[in-house]
Write a protein that binds this ligand. Sequence first.
Ligand code: MTE
Ligand code: MO
Length: 420
Amino acid sequence: MNDSVERLIQDHAALSRRYFLGLGVAGAAALNSLPLQAEGLESSPALQEAIAKLESWLTAMGDFRDVSRGKPIPHSLSDEKKAEVGMTRDTWKLEVLSDPDKPARVRNEFRKSDNTALDFAALMELAKTKAVRFPKVMTCLNIGCPLGMGIWEGVPLREVLWLAQPTADLRRVFYYGYHNEEPSQMFRSSMPVGRILEDPFDLPPVILCYKLNGQWLSSERGGPVRVVVPEAYGFKSIKWLSHLYLSNIHGANDTYAEKNNDVDSPLKSFAATFAFPTVVKPGQPIPITGYAQAGIASVAKVQVFVQNKAENLPSGDKYFTKAPWKDATILPPPAEWGGDLPDGKIVKNTLGYAATGQPETWPMRLSKVHWATLLPGLPEGKYTLRCRTIDEKGQAQPMPRPFRKSGHAAIEQVSIDVEA
Ligand SMILES: Nc1nc2c(c(=O)[nH]1)N[C@H]1C(S)=C(S)[C@@H](COP(=O)(O)O)O[C@H]1N2
Ligand SMILES: [Mo]
């Protein structure tokens, strides 16, 4: 190899190693896949500081943003009341029934009235051999920015479905949770039975979830048991689960279908800023940190584009496809995952992680990832900074989707003023 090229590569490796020192072993291990731009990042203490201030990758159970309907909100009930209505592990019961309006043929219903409802002990018995856990970002379709990132553990819903022994006329499953015994407060979600029985491509299964980040699911997060649908927005992941219906309806009957939500819309990919200075001096490099949500389209790159507001953009390019986008650096897997994991470690046999505890791919689909970039200093003026992601197929995400009810998918734009 040419001497100077070799020296360049060595220098780059050394610089990058120093840059990732603060990010621990995982950072160093991810070196090979790093874009050269990491060099620029390394030289900026301001950016190092901004990276150090990023939120942890996993969110502690109590730090999730809560989206709970109901009056009173079920998780705010007293412990006595929770025990009375089945919202504790000791008292939880799940009824599994054929839909009386559009019945599926089911041999083995589970009902409270004849004492056959599934209890927590029965769920734990299934968990002994069937439990799965996987990372997933919980995002509300109507809010857009993630509520929290967790590792969710549960029993695949299909295990319970098989216990019910359906034999015919089963097309859709719908389910709801405790709602103060008031039909008007019911919050229901649904999916085609095929999604429960099979996991398309390499998606994790739909689960009956009882743990988050290695700890029992709190009442606020939907404990003792909630549904978690890996690729869906939050409204499919029903909390305080109490009823599962096997039905012959052919269409969605989610509560949110009546609220104009696109209820079969999967999680989108997009990038957003986390921290950036709103006013900087001319010529001063600008540290930017951000996060990206990897929807089912995945995230392969994060890109930024800075535009002087005084300059006109080419007309007819509403989604900036011709703009001079520049790659930002996707940060490697963190040395500390956060989220109050027991012993700070990823639980063994978490989907997407190798036996070493390191992720098999990065960024991970259906998760969050952080990014950083150092913009070169700019002349005085007012600027717009935009960010977007590029998926594994090279397509810009978010793809132009002006229809908000399919879930937040917009190119974020923020303002930065450069003033002397
Ligand atoms: N039973 C029930 N489940 C529910 C809800 C609810 O109001 N009641 N809200 C849903 C919505 S709209 C979202 S976005 C997620 C939020 O989950 P989190 O509060 O754990 O962050 O829970 C979903 N599950
Ligand atoms: Mo939501």
